[in-house]
Design a binder for this molecule. Structure first.
Ligand SMILES: *Cc1c(COP(=O)(O)O)cnc(C)c1O
Length: 371
């Protein structure tokens, strides 16, 4: 008998920047029988997912669907479909994921201007307004919930700034979707993407996305074909939309079951209640940390509930402390990225992880490693 490596997987309390804890019914969904990618019943499930995404994104956008791949595939998809070589693009950067957007857009030959803001602080709309007065852009892009710093960026405010502007508004909602309000029609967002393994509490593997009618116009009016075959939305829509479905690539069938169940969990609980739960659990975490003398990085006005950046407690070594949390307490948290490496820890309370019992377990564990 050969031994099976999978038998030794142990359950770890996932309190990092994603993946988050998974609801048992999402694991059950994953293990349902695999159907064919053009099976009529699977097509019905696809339509169900599109409707769920419209509800959670608060949009009427027809082109709302999960892209095959993780959040970064969603990022790649919105840029590769909407950027043409030489297009002026403005990217607002206050963390790692804003930097990644700049990298992606630059590789596609966009003429990128980047406005940089201090890490740990939100995008300053006054500076954006000034920049918009200097040059006209085809695209303006921002990260809603900057997972590398724990900052909430002003998504609605940027929408107001862009109201009478011809630029398309791109928003990264990987960490925000399912944890705080995302209302893309109200905010005037033209393209969004998210990820399954953050507040949707689903394993990583799909990137829910949505494109406005203005974005679709840009796509259909392109002078050059989308330079990436796999993520070309003009081809993918022939599989995900219309009465006759045509094969493009095989949808990750069971991951779509899992996404369906994860979205159903949120919609059944009620998005508003889910957001309140994140906020309540976040406040409990902050209160507990303050009692221990651990300081938060971000000012209360701009803090995300689901991603808490904290200064590494005095007397605790970064890697050593996280190793002890993982080995002794079976808890995973995230280290700092970029400018924050070695200084900051990131504590995620995303989706199913956003429960009082888990925060209490984490607070006990951090108390122990601070001894
Ligand atoms: C996690 C994350 C991504 C990247 O998603 P992957 O699933 O790791 O590819 C992009 N943007 C933000 C804000 C994220 O938190």
């Amino acid at each position: 008998m050969s031994n099976n490596m999978l038998d030794r997987i142990e359950e770890v309390l996932l309190m990092g920047p994603g993946p988050s804890y998974i609801h048992p019914n999402v694991y059950e969904a994953l293990s349902k029988p695999t159907l064919g990618h053009l099976d009529p019943y699977f097509v019905q499930i696809m339509d169900g997912i599109k409707a769920q995404l419209q509800e959670l994104f608060n949009t009427k956008n027809q082109l709302s669907l999960p892209i095959s791949g993780t959040g970064s595939a969603g990022m790649e998809a919105v840029f590769v479909n909407l950027v043409e070589k030489g297009d002026p693009v403005l990217i607002l950067i206050n963390g790692v994921f804003g930097q990644r957007m700049k990298d992606v857009a630059s590789r596609l030959g966009a003429d990128v201007d980047a406005l940089e803001f201090t890490w740990g602080q939100p995008v300053d709309l006054a500076r954006v307004k000034e920049q918009l007065g200097k040059r006209s852009y085809k695209i303006v892009a921002m990260v809603h919930a900057e997972t590398s710093t724990g900052v909430r960026n002003p998504a609605e405010g940027l929408g107001e700034l862009l109201k009478d502007n011809d630029a398309l508004y791109l928003l990264d909602t990987v960490t925000s979707l399912g944890g705080i309000e995302v209302s893309i029609d109200k905010w005037g967002v033209d393209a969004v993407y998210s990820g399954t393994q953050k507040c949707l509490s689903c394993p990583p593997g799909l990137s829910p996305a949505s494109f406005s009618s203005r974005a679709v116009e840009k796509l259909s009016g392109r002078k050059t074909p989308v330079p990436n075959w796999y993520l070309d939305m003009s081809m993918i829509t022939k599989y995900w939309g219309g009465s006759k479905r045509a094969y493009h690539h095989t949808a990750p069938i069971n991951m779509n079951y899992a996404l369906y169940q994860a979205l159903k969990n949120i919609l059944d609980e009620g998005p508003e209640k889910v957001f309140q739960r994140h906020q309540r659990v976040h406040e409990r975490l902050v209160a507990g940390l303050e009692e221990l003398g651990v300081k938060m990085v971000v000012d209360p006005a701009h803090r995300l509930p689901m991603l808490n950046a904290i200064y590494i407690p005095d007397g605790v070594e970064d890697a050593e402390g996280r190793k002890k949390l993982r080995e002794k307490h079976k808890i995973e948290i995230g280290g700092g990225l970029g400018d924050f490496a070695g200084k900051v820890w990131r504590v995620g309370i995303m989706g199913y992880t956003a429960q009082e019992q888990y925060v209490d377990r984490f607070l006990e564990a951090i108390k122990d490693i601070m001894k």
